[in-house]
Design a protein around this ligand. Structure first.
Ligand code: ADP
Length: 478
């Protein structure tokens, strides 16, 4: 059983509650974790508040904070193999993904934000009042609740922890109930890095734990990655004390394949763009607008490439596609697929569960999809590729922008002017031209419209985790 981390000590939930986490590759029980209730949330928030006000953290020199973050990165790498295996067991992702994306991405995030600690600057602004000096200070927001999803648990924890700590906040992290184990391990490593007690607190639990944090009057900020529906709920919860919110929510990224695109390269890139982590990626390419002249060729090659992927447990070195996270989620994906067929889409490959233990679903390609069909509109978060055709490139922007989401988009073309004209007009937080979606600590991640509020990563994360204060000084005689 894993415990909660509150104020530097590990302890069970106050009421002794627990929950179970499963291996999605075979449905077996992986472990149990303490389930934090309202009393634990109160204690963790109080511990984070005490640590925030304690000079040991509040007055720690920036370069010392930087060293602590750098040390976390080193510890993540030292324990990389253990973290990778744990992530694969708890989340299902192929071990190669855990080793080459999850663990290095986590370590690099801590290193990137270690560099920021000493560069969080204010500025001197030329105000109009005579004899007046005005400067700005960037100060930490305060106690931050970090609520993460199950699709990339360790990496997304790092996306939030590293900038929050770099800016001098104190945090309570709450991983998703499906995948808590690597975040527990990360919290242990952070403890070893030498942060003062109470700077990083960990609460495992489900929606009720997250809700208690999001409603808490002494939490100053919530940073959340998850569904748009829960994001909307958090907006309501935050109203009590008007806490700050960063929301990274759902998506339905369009991928546009122009007539001049190299179709083989587009297929290779879009198979990854759509099916990486079994499609359980918020930026996954999830609706494909293909020039009608190339649509049949693209569809048949995508279907062949998708059907050729080797499904299996993430720990098997031959596996290219792991299971979905849970039976409940697999049933949801299957429901989207059945509806697509009922609404007239043509099933080209897949469309069914795999007959083996675990929550496997065959990669699925649909042809003859139209904009009105649910499969072209709803976020499936699974291995499903709906192909739509277009005749007139001028209609593309309206179709790509036609949903409430705006997280990511992709364009495949050899024509630079087509690529950059479309990139400017598509309403999304990231546009990938002739490449798959990738996050990078140095640049922005986040969405337009119902895909969220604010941005993570890069200098934008510093905005998300600081308040700006103006300081005015009258220089003349009083
Ligand atoms: P998904 O639909 O992909 O499971 P969710 O948005 O439900 O994603 O969950 C993402 C994270 O939000 C998880 O840590 C989950 O426990 C948490 N969560 C779910 N519901 C709520 C809620 N009402 N308030 C706060 N956190 C929540």
């Amino acid at each position: 059983m894993t415990d909660l981390l509150i104020g530097g000590s590990w302890r069970p939930a106050a009421d002794g509650a627990e929950f179970t986490t499963f291996d999605p590759a075979d449905g077996s029980v992986l472990g149990t974790c303490a389930k934090a209730g309202a009393a634990d949330v109160d204690l963790a928030v109080a511990a984070a508040r005490t640590a925030f006000d304690d000079p040991a953290w509040a007055e720690m020199p920036a370069h010392t904070r930087a060293r602590l973050l750098w040390r976390v990165a080193d510890l993540v790498e030292e324990h990389g193999e253990e973290l990778a295996e744990l992530e694969t067991r708890d989340n299902g992702q192929p071990l190669a993904v855990a080793r080459t994306v999850t663990v290095p991405g986590t370590a690099e995030h801590f290193r990137y934000f270690a560099g920021w600690c000493t560069k969080i600057e204010g500025s001197v602004l030329p105000v109009a009042y005579p004899d007046t000096l005005h400067y700005t200070r960037r100060e930490p927001v305060g106690v931050c609740a970090l609520i993460t999803p199950w699709n990339f648990p360790l990496m997304i924890a790092a996306w939030k922890l590293a900038p929050a700590l770099a800016c001098g906040n104190t945090v309570i992290i709450k991983p998703a109930e499906q995948t808590p184990l690597t975040t527990v391990k990360l919290a242990q490593l952070i403890g070893r890095a030498g942060f003062p007690p109470g700077v990083v607190n960990l609460l495992t639990g489900g929606a009720a734990t997250g809700a208690a944090l999001a409603e808490h009057p002494d939490v100053d900020k919530v940073s959340f990655t998850g569904s748009t529906a829960v994001g909307r709920t958090l907006v309501h919860y935050s109203a009590g004390n008007l806490k700050r919110l960063t929301l990274e929510l759902g998506g339905k990224a369009p991928s546009i394949i122009a007539a001049d695109a190299d179709i083989d390269a587009a297929v290779a890139g879009n198979v990854q763009g759509a099916l990486f982590n079994s499609g359980q990626v918020c930026a996954a390419y999830a609706r494909f607008y293909v020039d009608r002249k190339r649509a049949d060729e693209f569809t048949s090659k995508m279907a062949a490439a998708a059907a050729a992927l080797r499904l299996g447990p993430g720990l098997d070195p031959d596996t290219q596609l792991g299971p979905l996270i849970s039976e409940e989620h697999r049933a949801s994906v299957d429901g989207h697929v059945s509806l697509a067929t009922a609404q007239g889409a043509t099933l080209v490959t897949g469309g069914d569960r795999v007959d083996r233990p675990g929550f496997f679903y065959r990669p699925t390609v649909f042809a003859d999809v139209t904009d009105e069909m649910s499969i072209a509109q709803d976020e499936v978060f699974g291995p499903v590729v709906p192909v739509l055709a277009y005749d007139d490139p001028d209609e593309l922007v309206a179709r790509a922008n036609g949903l409430e989401y705006g997280l990511a988009a992709s364009i495949w073309t050899d024509d630079l002017s087509t690529a950059h004209r479309l990139a400017a007009r598509i309403r999304a937080g990231a546009v990938f031209i002739n490449m798959i979606h990738v996050p990078d600590a140095a640049t922005t991640w986040g969405g337009y419209r119902a895909s969220g509020w604010g941005r993570e990563m890069g200098p934008y994360a510093i905005d998300a985790y600081t308040e700006v204060k103006g300081v005015w000084t009258h220089l003349g005689k009083p």
